[in-house]
Design a protein around this ligand. Sequence first.
Ligand code: UT7
Length: 333
Amino acid sequence: MAEGAQRLAIVGTGSAVPEKVVTNFDLEQIVDTSDEWIRKRTGIVERRVAEADVASSDLGTLAAQRALEAAGLPAEAIDFILCSTVSPDMFFPSTACQIARNLGLEGPAPAMDIQAACSGFSYALHVADGLIRSGLYRRILVIAAETLTRFVDWTDRSTCVLFGDAAGAVVVEPASEGQGLLYSKIGAFPQYAQTDILSVPAGGSRKPFSQEVLENREHYIRMQGREVFKIAVSTMPEITLQAIQEAGLQPEAIDWIIPHQANIRITDAIAQRLGVSMDRVYTNIDRYGNTSSASVAVALDELVRSGQLQRGQTVLLVTFGAGWTWGVNIFRY
Ligand code: UT7
């Protein structure tokens, strides 16, 4: 990679959530749970659920259109499309290709999916930065689109209360002086790749779909929440602090911290470890639940559109997810 090559800058953001709201009280009607338990243990109050005819690419297309509009660019100006998703429309063709078609594109811009579970948006931004620094591509649409409620077992109270549907997108291009990505690092702890911690155990090549899979409900998300919590709450604050140090910054220099929205208690732990006020840590888990890789992308768009994030401010995204994967991206907006 060329020394001093230009890094990416975000020139437009967008997001989309389904209209249908499902509250904790609604869930009390279908599983043995309570609004109080869900709020206290997770911070979630409600989540959005896509209508039956809406797939990840539909939400992703809307988010992408909004990001393009914000950037003042037509879809034809894009020369690479990356879509992070753990809930694709189907195994193939990719959700990125579906979005490209929905945007009216006829090529030749490449389009591909990235699967890094809830860390997917950090991974996609990191890859986009590499593509821009290589000089091969200049304008990239980075999308994170998820409809996790399609993969939730609505009879399992330990998981069905957690997830929601959403998509976020950004348009990135080479940064001008003093702007753009300052630091980006992604990684994995594959020692935690056991499928019994967090996975959709069947439907892939390991255990193809069958009557037995259907009866055992193995085509839905399975999670050992407490185990996941322990890994997340011990690693996320540490990787955040390490990233800030490696970027040569102090926690006070970060105007906005946007963590993956999995549990408000994990978010609190990050703020505590960094010694920063929760006022600078953006959360929307109360409204959307855990939307996997879309969560930080949606949060970023909300910060931009509400005017809370100003040009020139420094933002840190920190994500973690099944695999285990993780990522931190720090940029000057
Ligand atoms: O995005 C990537 C990944 N996901 C996450 O980051 C999720 C991480 N994990 C978590 O956020 C938390 O572990 C959960 C919110 C999933 C669970 O909270 P917890 O404090 O770890 O609860 P627990 O799993 O230890 O369960 C405590 C009790 C259990 O009952 P007993 O055994 O103590 O009688 C559960 O059966 O709470 C029970 N429980 C519930 N009760 C009411 C579990 N789910 C529910 C529920 N409503 N929805």
